[in-house]
Design a protein around this ligand. Structure first.
Ligand code: NDP
Ligand code: 2IT
Length: 448
């Protein structure tokens, strides 16, 4: 079967018509389809069975009202979601995001990406994502608890250890997972691994907290080594100052690089001497414990604070770890003109399509999010295994497993992404490697 040259455009037009106004979702599908449509040109089995079309449609989306009472006795209303995208290779698996920008489009893009990412880990996990437009900023612990309990009061009907296993994402960390797990346990009267990222006292796994950030830097290290280069002495611009950014920064330092920027939604700090261990501990206390603003770091250590994003700073490597579309096309060009030679995406879809194009045309190393940040969900998968067999693995064992999984992801992407000029297209590699396993499972099931 031959595919017409305009098939990508027609496919995307169909996705746009069926999902009006969902621009983030269109973007994520377009980025994947641009790799998959050429790949399946000479593979009629995938075309005849409409595999890509089916993969771009979530199994279901659950949308619900979440009511809670604030500390002043006011009744508040938010919207909750769970997008169960694809369970062809395992239970739905993916984080929960609490942020005012959460919409159906954002969660569909994340659930779609998650399906490919989870496939890349080699572990049996399908793709899902959930969340709410609830803004945890400025809320008391009791308000966050009441919100989480109300959210789980509806969500618990739709999830389960063998059905759908949520975890953290933006605005959802150990505190929120604790509140949600406690409510699930109360409602169901069962203690099972229905969430990952749990506290170590109640079934959490060692290194889950660190895994996404560490994994993003392992991916970077693997790409550098594959290209005959290394981390030593590299100046690394990181965005974000949350879970992923923190442990990415720690791993860069451990491997001999220097982290010169971090950011939050108010701006970024530029520390040309590098964020050392002591300063990073200050950052963690500031951002994770006090939940303060990043400018305090600049005041404390006498460095520059600027509004906006850190991509105008001269660096060797950029590691975006905040949110989607945080590197525009112009910012990508700015990074390139300032000497950036590698990008590893800790956040999900942080680079706009035009930015990816600029990085690829310049031929720099580009580790796409679905590969680079897969370490987090990989250790979530290991947490699920530990929970179902009721054991806890040792830290060094888990560190080794994470490193090996990231190496396999790198090598798999490098194989599928090999090009005739010797450069590796990690984006195409990740998309195709993630696709094949899910697609073959779907073929086995027939039309379901
Ligand atoms: P956190 O909530 O811990 O931290 C998010 C950080 O990004 C904060 O510094 C926050 O600033 C900043 N940020 C969030 N939204 C925006 C925005 N719209 N504009 C500017 N800055 C913003 O989240 P995580 O570290 O867990 O997640 C970061 C990224 O990594 C997300 O894309 C997430 O999907 C992805 N990811 C997370 C995984 C995990 O295991 N947690 C796994 C794989 C990917 P502020 O403090 O001002 O809000
Ligand atoms: O985007 C992601 O991979 C996550 N937020 C983590 C998902 C998980 O289930 O650990």
């Amino acid at each position: 079967m031959t595919v017409r040259a305009d098939s990508l455009e027609r496919f995307i037009a169909g996705v746009q018509t069926r999902n009006p106004g969902e621009t983030e979702f269109h973007q994520a599908v377009q980025e994947v389809a641009a790799s998959i449509i050429p790949y399946i040109q000479d593979k009629p089995q995938y075309q005849e069975m409409q595999i890509l079309e089916r993969m771009a449609e979530p199994d279901r989306t659950i949308i619900f009202r979440v009511c809670w009472e604030d500390d002043n006795g006011n009744i508040r209303v938010n919207r909750g979601y769970r997008v169960q995208f694809n369970n062809s290779i395992g239970p739905y698996k993916g984080g929960i995001r609490f942020h005012p920008t959460v919409t159906s489009s954002v969660l569909k893009f994340l659930g779609f990406e998650q399906t490919f990412k989870n496939s890349l880990t080699g572990l049996p996990m399908g793709g899902g994502k959930g969340g709410s437009d609830f803004n945890p900023k400025g809320k008391s612990n009791n308000e966050v608890m009441r919100f989480c309990q109300s959210f789980m009061t509806e969500l618990h009907r739709h999830i389960g250890e063998d059905t759908d296993v949520p975890a953290g994402d933006i605005g959802v960390g150990a505190r929120e997972i604790g509140y949600m797990f406690g409510q699930y346990k109360r409602l169901r009267n069962e203690f099972v691994g229905v969430l990952t990222g749990k506290g170590l006292e109640f079934g959490g796994s060692l290194i889950r907290t660190e895994a996404t950030g560490y994994g993003t830097i392992y991916m970077l290290e693997n790409m550098l080594q594959h290209a005959g280069n290394g981390m030593e002495g590299k100046r690394v611009a990181i965005s974000g100052s949350g879970n992923v950014a923190t442990y990415a920064a720690e791993k860069v330092r451990q491997l001999g690089g220097s982290v010169i920027t971090m950011s939050d939604s108010s701006g970024f700090i530029y520390d040309p001497d590098g964020i050392d261990r002591h300063k990073l501990a200050y950052m963690v206390e500031l951002k994770q414990v006090r939940r303060g603003r990043i400018k305090d770091y600049a005041d404390e250590f006498g460095v520059e604070f600027h509004e906006g994003r850190p991509w105008n700073v001269a660096c060797d490597i950029a590691v975006p770890c905040a949110t989607q579309n945080e590197i525009s096309s112009d910012e990508a060009k700015l990074l390139l003109s300032n000497g950036c030679m590698a990008v590893s995406e800790g956040a999900n879809m942080p680079t706009e399509l035009g930015g990816i194009k600029a990085f690829q045309e310049a031929g720099i190393l580009f580790g796409p999010s679905k590969a680079a940040n897969a370490g987090g969900v990989a250790v979530s998968g290991l947490e699920m295994s530990q929970n179902s067999s009721r054991i806890s693995w040792e830290e060094d064992e888990l560190q080794e497993l994470l490193k090996n999984i990231m190496k396999k992801i790198h090598d798999n992407c490098a194989d599928y992404g090999a090009t005739s000029n010797g450069r590796v297209d990690y984006l195409a590699g990740a998309n195709i490697a993630g696709f094949v396993k899910v697609a073959d499972a779907m073929l086995a099931y027939g039309v379901v």
